[in-house]
Design a protein around this ligand. Structure first.
Ligand code: 0WD
Length: 255
């Protein structure tokens, strides 16, 4: 029983127990979902395996989204692990060279622009292509974005541009997959101290700024993002697709 009873899916982007992907996985599991994780490289495998055990989740292999063969491989594994098909994929992956997550956007190099857009934006489309083949009707795809897609934010730079493209791709994917009864949505999360966030210039200041200015006068937790994610991958949200939901203590109404 539970909101997600009988639902099976993949969570991509667990790096450690501070990852937003981990918050989502915990909520999904608590609501009855069956999970599979991927990891990026051997170093993360050691961190992801014990976390997966905590949630009875399968670990279906290494997935580096810059390597299409590794995406194919994990989807082949997912098809084996869940022969009846999958019901959701949660994409919590982003990257930019941290030397360019400080100072002026105008300094962005072509190499880091391309890599940031590939990993932080295109990878969601690449994953949707594979997911479409094994997803059951009623399924959903979910990604993570940030307010820096909508407005200039200090130091967010090329990631803001990548997130804007990611949000646009949520709308295009929603239109493509809607006729198959597959939904595509995003959560725009407020700032949370994670490994990826620690690469962003002045991140502690951004957290404080949100605490002082967000309507709820605080930041959000990975557990809160997880609960909203559980709703978005559940049938409770079956009328919603192409949506960007803010889980940011309301910051977007004042920022
Ligand atoms: O404040 C925050 N932390 C926010 C994060 C606010 C709003 C949105 N987000 C987004 C991020 O942009 C990202 O899309 O949430 C998503 C998850 O990020 P996170 O939980 O903040 O960060 P983290 O725990 O570091 O997970 C991101 C992971 C990588 O971790 P590291 O830190 O090792 O780069 O993305 C994965 C990796 O596991 N990743 C990749 N996975 C496959 N292939 C790749 C890749 N090439 N690159 C990064």
């Amino acid at each position: 029983t539970g909101l997600l009873a009988g639902k099976r899916g993949l969570v991509l982007g667990v790096a450690n127990n501070r990852s937003i992907a981990w918050g989502i996985a915990k909520s999904a599991h608590a609501h009855g979902a069956e999970l599979a994780f991927t990891y990026q490289g051997e170093a993360l495998k050691k961190r992801v395996e014990p976390l997966a055990r905590e949630l009875d989740a399968r670990v279906i292999g290494h997935c580096d989204v810059t390597d299409p063969a590794s995406i194919d491989a994990v989807f082949a594994e997912a098809a084996k692990a869940f022969p009846e098909g999958i019901d959701f994929v949660v994409h919590c992956i982003a990257f930019s060279d941290k030397d360019e997550l400080t100072g002026r956007y105008i300094e962005t190099s072509e190499g880091n622009f391309t890599k940031s857009l590939l990993i932080s934006c295109y990878s969601f489309t690449a994953i949707a292509q594979r997911a479409e083949k094994i997803m059951r009707p009623g399924g959903s795809l979910l990604t993570l974005t940030y307010y820096g897609a909508e407005k200039w934010m200090p130091h967010y730079n090329v990631m803001g541009v990548a997130k804007a493209a990611l949000e646009a791709s949520v709308r295009y994917l929603a239109a493509d997959l809607g006729p198959k009864d597959i939904r595509v949505n995003a959560i725009s999360a407020g700032p949370i101290k994670t490994l990826a966030a620690s690469g962003i210039g002045d991140f502690r200041y951004i957290l404080k700024w949100n605490e002082y200015n967000a309507p709820l006068r605080r930041t959000v937790t990975i557990g809160e993002v997880g609960e909203t994610a559980a709703y978005l991958i559940s049938d409770m949200s079956r009328g919603m697709t192409g949506e960007i939901l803010h889980v940011d203590a309301g910051y977007h109404v004042v920022g």
